[in-house]
Design a protein around this ligand. Structure first.
Ligand SMILES: CC(C)(COP(=O)(O)OP(=O)(O)OC[C@H]1O[C@@H](n2cnc3c(N)ncnc32)[C@H](O)[C@@H]1OP(=O)(O)O)[C@@H](O)C(=O)NCCC(=O)NCCS
Length: 207
């Protein structure tokens, strides 16, 4: 999505930039939230109206930093909104928060944008907000998400077996955590394209 009213940049990485949400992005978020495949990985599991999404964006816009922060994930090139990421349930006494993320554009998943966005926000959580732990919950069947979280430095902290009924099956609900010492440095990496196997030489074919 291109826009005449560019968003405010907040955290910049090599491939993505995290920006405060804009009211005008509500229809895009609503479309993503109503996508059935995405819903298999999120706690949210019912139709969501545009009005509800606008309300959610509005709340996010006015969320005090003592409670958390929700940002849009924008791709640099071509410059467009591709998802959202946020810290919520921030606890000032115990200095922890819960992270949520979604790359809304299905064809952009698995390209290591998620881990870049997470590294940026978690670095901010530790080095600016002075948090000491970030946690998240995800479903056990969400292998892509778990690979991404481990790549950032998360480790499993607990598991509720067969806790959630998703698309006709019971799934585990996994708690993951990261502390400042475990955050891996942000590397500007794109998923390498899988190399085609080299054509066999006549000699190799004969073996
Ligand atoms: C979870 C999510 C944020 C991760 O972001 P991402 O940019 O897709 O993740 P990354 O590309 O950084 O990492 C994904 C890893 O899983 C791998 N992967 C991709 N598709 C996969 C699949 N279908 N099954 C298993 N692994 C998969 C990738 O190869 C990559 O691993 P690698 O770097 O070791 O090769 C994103 O996929 C997403 O928004 N998914 C839908 C909503 C969702 O699940 N939100 C999280 C709820 S807890």
């Amino acid at each position: 999505m291109t826009s005449k009213n560019p968003p405010m940049e907040f955290l910049r990485g090599p491939r993505v930039v995290l920006c405060p949400l804009r009211k005008e992005d509500s229809p895009q978020f609503a479309r993503w939230m109503n996508d059935a495949e995405t819903a298999n990985f999120l706690m949210f599991h019912r139709p969501l109206s545009l009005e509800e999404e606008e309300e959610w964006v509005n709340k996010a816009l006015h969320m005090p930093i003592t409670e958390g922060a929700i940002l849009g994930i924008w791709l640099h090139s071509p410059f467009r909104l591709v998802g959202s990421i946020g810290l919520h349930s921030l606890h000032s006494r115990d200095r922890h928060a819960t992270l949520g993320i979604s790359i809304g554009e299905a064809n952009l998943r698995g390209k290591r944008l998620g881990r870049e966005a997470m590294s940026l926000l978690i670095d901010y959580a530790f080095r600016t907000l002075n948090l000491r732990r970030v946690i998240l919950w995800c479903y056990g069947h969400n292998e892509r998400a778990i690979r991404c979280y481990r790549a950032v430095g998360f480790q499993e902290a607990g598991r509720l077996e067969r806790h959630s009924f998703i698309n006709g099956e019971w799934q585990d609900y996994v708690l993951m955590e990261i502390t400042p010492d475990r955050l891996k440095p942000l590397v500007a990496e794109e998923k390498p394209a899988r190399r085609k196997p080299a054509p066999k030489t006549p000699a190799a074919k004969a073996k």
